[in-house]
Design a binder for this molecule. Structure first.
Ligand code: UDP
Ligand code: BGC
Ligand code: MN
Length: 349
């Protein structure tokens, strides 16, 4: 298209400088649809019959191409800027005001649609993401997470939706089952979802330059957490906040469902990522910074190291392709969509 346009431009310019032709007179006549063809038109018609036809054809092509270029430019400018203009860098964490309620419609987030969905109103978001928050029995932490997280995601000009995936009943937590079932339920609800961010509820981002965009490869976002003095404790860690495309989540078969209680399921995920030869991306530790909210500790899983040693054997047979769970309830609150999940009875290893 570019080459054609260039040829057309050269043609029109040459035509314009030719003393016998008045391009703009001709084009004006045709634009106004004026039937009183003027003398110069008639004359040039007589003098350059075939030449004029070719010229008209070129002019039409030129106009059509020019319109296409304009349309393309208009569309391109509809997109939000690649660097959102209102990013703050380091963020101060504000406690939610007393009247901030998780369940009721929040006056603090008038632009969030019911179900915890948002998209920028003045431009087209470049990235659409689903945030999976595994959850059980940390109400105050969830409240603080929602108050904090909606704000910076909006500044990042993303099209996003927050899903809180709650394990039902007071039994040992199984993060793998919660994540996999949530992944499946999101796809039932919104089958076109392509990008996921698995996000611990107790992690609050403290630098909004750490963008929650859709990654090309799995991207570990929580590199520097205050609890670990802002250092990555070991290179294989992918726990905390992990962004993944749908196709990669399916390729690694999601999380293992064999870790009951604290620890191991994220180390198992790292094995899956490397086993499937995926690159693991990480933003620089200087911006991928988080505060971890204080919480009660889960029961440590005493067999996690044993299960981890044989993790590679189970990649294709244990995960999102055969996860067993019951979806007990789905509800839509202002600031999030809620799935209540029964993960079943604990299996001993
Ligand atoms: N989680 C939860 N309730 C629980 C256990 C875990 O909500 O009883 C979720 C929550 O999102 C939490 C994540 O699982 O941030 C990881 O668990 P935890 O914070 O206990 O792990 P740690 O930070 O100690 O590694
Ligand atoms: C556990 C992981 C945990 C990490 C950091 C490891 O020993 O297996 O599940 O994320 O420590 O706390
Ligand atoms: Mn935690």
């Amino acid at each position: 298209m570019c080459i054609t346009s260039t040829i057309n431009i050269i043609y029109v310019v040459r035509h314009y400088i030719s003393p016998d032709n008045n391009v703009f007179m001709m084009s004006t006549t045709s634009r106004t649809g004026d039937s009183q063809t003027n003398t110069s038109d008639n004359q040039s018609g007589q003098r350059y019959g075939l030449f004029d036809e070719t010229y008209q054809l070129f002019l039409q092509t030129f106009t059509a191409n020019f319109m296409l270029i304009l349309e393309h430019q208009n569309n391109a400018s509809l997109y939000c800027p690649s660097i959102p203009p209102n990013l703050q860098g380091p963020i101060i964490i504000h406690e939610p005001p007393e009247n901030f309620s998780v369940l009721n419609t929040s006056p603090y987030y008038p632009e969030v649609q019911h179900g915890g969905r948002y998209h920028p109103k003045t431009c087209l978001a470049r990235h659409k993401i689903a945030i999976i928050v595994p959850y059980r029995d940390r109400w105050d932490i969830l409240r603080r997470f929602l108050f904090h997280t909606h704000r910076f995601l909006q500044r990042q000009q993303l099209d996003y939706r927050i899903y809180v995936c709650e394990q039902a009943f007071d039994k040992t937590f199984n993060k793998g089952i919660v994540m996999n079932s949530c992944f499946k339920e999101i796809l039932n609800l919104e089958p076109n979802t392509i990008c996921f961010i698995m996000h611990d509820v107790d992690l609050l981002l403290i630098d909004d330059r750490n963008m929650y965009t859709c990654p090309s490869y799995p991207r570990h976002l929580s590199v520097a957490i205050d609890k670990f003095d802002y250092y990555l404790p070991y290179p294989e860690l992918v726990g905390g906040v992990l962004a993944m495309r749908r196709e990669h989540y399916i390729l690694v078969n999601g999380y293992s469902t064999n870790y009951w209680g604290w620890g191991g399921e994220d180390d198992d995920m790292h094995k899956r990522i490397t086993n499937k030869h995926l690159i693991l991306e990480r933003p620089p530790a200087s911006i991928a910074r988080y505060k971890m909210l204080k919480h009660t500790h889960q029961k440590l899983n005493p067999s996690r190291m044993k299960v981890l040693r044989t993790a590679h054997i189970r990649i294709d047979s244990d995960g999102v392709n055969n996860v067993k769970y019951k979806l007990l309830n789905t509800s839509f609150h202002h600031l999030y969509t809620h799935f209540l999940i029964d993960v079943g009875e604990q299996k001993r290893h």
